[in-house]
Design a binder for this molecule. Structure first.
Ligand SMILES: Nc1nc2c(ncn2[C@@H]2O[C@H](COP(=O)(O)OP(=O)(O)OP(=O)(O)O)[C@@H](O)[C@H]2O)c(=O)[nH]1
Length: 382
């Protein structure tokens, strides 16, 4: 289910910087196992605190704060990860960054104990803080502001604590912050680059698999999904939905006369002409297969669909593609239209059959024309 939602979110994703940044941010929350790892690792640290006699209160309070902060960070992100909306509001993005900083502060709070610890204890605390940042890096680094907020949360308290530390520990901390900071900065940028490349490849291959390679409009898969979604939307809103089926006339003869290459070019031009006639939000123009196209029109009455169909006939004629084997001497199309107000008891395939029947009538009655059918309530049953 989650994968399906993500798949449809990625399908609608465009290469615009804000949407891509939102998609990066979502990837921060993709894994579930990191949560278990944090609980385990922080549990181990809390146990170690008790073993070092740091006091039950400090260990307990630290453990609870850490889990609450990470829990809040996680809860804030999951709805956005699951949401199918490409965009996330800026104010929410800022909250993600703040939540990451607070989660980081959980680990940073360990530095309060530094002045009380022996040398091995101090080294252990520094190593634990380092592990926390390294553990978070592969996930958080996808969205750099979140990662840097987390790392700042971890290291800022350490920096603030340095005046209260002995000379030797001060050196240890400052060297660690410098070396670790530079290494983290370089690796964060490198890991992010790899992850973004993977993400962009995923987005473009998703988009490609919804697109008909020859014509650039939606493919059969895109038609199936659009019709199913539009059907559900129209059925909920109780508004009409129209389907236009288009077939290029005498296309076999065109191919035979002018060659397959010219046939491909003709299909590209026809697709662009059809696409230009159905540009309203909710209109989806797809290649149904071969030389057939299908157009799904949300909230469109039969009358409106007839007008769009007439425009499509005219647009293809206007291309003026020579076709000497056709009685019209240019490439023309035949159109079948069906309109329905969808209901739950009606089957979506009835609409496809009706549009197909209308297309067959248009072919029978001489081609280069449109025929139509309104599915009545009576034909809903059976
Ligand atoms: N060039 C090219 N031809 C294709 C493509 N897909 C299908 N075709 C050809 O389209 C032709 C369709 O032929 P038919 O189904 O007989 O239809 P038609 O010749 O248009 O006849 P009517 O529909 O009755 O007007 C076949 O010759 C297919 O090879 C394609 O991607 N490129």
């Amino acid at each position: 289910m989650v994968n399906k939602i993500r798949e449809s979110a990625i399908k609608t994703l465009e290469f615009n910087p804000h949407d891509l940044a939102c998609e990066e941010l979502r990837h921060v929350y993709r894994g579930k196992s990191s949560g278990k790892l944090i609980v385990l690792f922080s549990g181990f640290v809390a146990a170690a605190m008790l073993a070092w006699d740091m006091g039950e209160l400090y260990a307990g309070a630290w453990y609870i704060w850490l889990l609450l902060a990470h829990g809040w960070h996680w809860r804030l992100g999951r709805p956005d990860f699951l949401s199918a909306n490409a965009s996330i509001e800026l104010v929410r993005i800022n909250r993600h960054v703040m939540a990451a900083a607070i989660a980081g502060l959980g680990w940073g709070a360990l530095s309060i104990a530094l002045p009380l610890l022996s040398r091995p204890g101090k080294a252990a605390i520094l190593i634990i803080m380092l592990i926390a940042v390294i553990m978070a890096m592969p996930r958080l680094v996808v969205f750099l502001p979140v990662f840097f907020a987390f790392a700042t949360g971890v290291f800022a308290p350490l920096l603030l604590m340095t005046p209260f530390l002995d000379f030797e520990t001060q050196h240890m901390v400052l060297v660690m912050l410098l070396v670790v900071g530079a290494t983290l900065w370089a690796s964060a940028r490198e890991v992010r680059k790899i992850l973004i490349d993977v993400l962009l490849k995923q987005v473009s291959s998703e988009q490609a698999s919804w697109e008909d390679k020859l014509t650039g409009i939606g493919n059969r898969r895109s038609f199936d999904v659009s019709l199913a979604t539009t059907w559900a939307q129209a059925s909920r809103a109780k508004v009409p939905l129209s389907l236009i089926m288009v077939d290029v006339d005498f296309f076999k003869k065109f191919n035979d006369a002018y060659g397959h290459q010219a046939g491909d070019d003709c299909l590209r031009q026809v697709a662009a002409a059809l696409d230009g006639c159905a540009r309203r939000a909710g209109d989806v123009v797809t290649r149904y297969g071969g030389e057939e196209f299908a157009v799904v029109l949300f909230h469109t009455s039969l009358n409106e669909a007839q007008n769009i169909g007439e425009n499509m006939l005219a647009a293809v004629r206007k291309l003026g593609i020579r076709h000497e084997q056709s009685s019209h001497e240019i490439v023309t199309i035949s159109i079948g239209i069906a309109t329905v107000v969808p209901t739950v008891e009606r089957d979506m395939h009835q609409l496809i059959e009706a549009a197909d029947k209308s297309l067959y009538c248009a072919k029978e009655r001489g081609r280069n024309r449109a025929e139509w059918q309104m599915l009545s309530h009576a034909s809903a049953v059976g």
